[in-house]
Design a protein. Sequence first.
Length: 294
Amino acid sequence: MTTETMSRPLTSGGSLSVGWRRIRPVLIHLLLAASALVMLYPVIWMVVSSLRPGDEIFREPGLLVRDLEISNYRVGWNALTEPFTRYLLNSAAVVFGAILGNLVSCSMAAYAFARLEFTGKKFWFSIMLVTIMLPIHVVIVPQYILFSQAGWINTFLPLVVPKLLATDAFFVFLMVQFIRGIPRELDEAARIDGCGKAGIFLRVILPLMVPALATTTIFTFIWTWNDFFSQLIYLTDPKMYTVPVALRSFVDATASTSWGSLFAMSVVSLVPVFLAFLLGQRFLIKGIATTGIK
């Protein structure tokens, strides 16, 4: 009798525990889905608005599309002084130069900080880390004066050349952390086989840095593609506009703004960023997880 009385609450408690373990993942997934919907709602609203007539964008609430207006994409593509293809190609040229510059310069600087010994190494590494906390607005005026005297205004050079000098300290730090995780025994084995410092970097370190290089590529692509401030400062000719600056041209303070065309081209500008993140997500997660940035 006593045994049955004691076993009942245990059985009830055990069933409640099993039931909670089954319900808990469902609740977690529902919460994550609701959070994702809240975060994605502005993007979904922009896509829906790009398919609405201009007079219904701010008048109709919700995400329901009554009259499908695909012409917003056709009109927006040719609404400015140049076809939108020109601005996409301009952004692609700047992004390609920035990626190439960061991959070459930041990997070499990271190898120097992680493997080589030179005077003032810790001091210069500290200075490099300090530049991460330095806002771009602090240096934009002297940079503009310097590039203006060099005759680089209204060209892509101010947006690309600094990348060749390892000015993005975040990527240098990321690669330094990754290289420090590579065993030094590999360097010694390569040195025994006759490799110098350059040979070790090119034949041993660089091939093992693929996750960090991929992370740098993805971040550089997203940040450069979405950069508005510096591109607005240095590019004044409409033919040289990149995508963010061209999108700003749709907003006219002295006339009516073509919101449908603006949202349509904004959707077009998001497609490369979405594809870059989708295709490189595996490398991005692996690169961050193996560099200690997590």
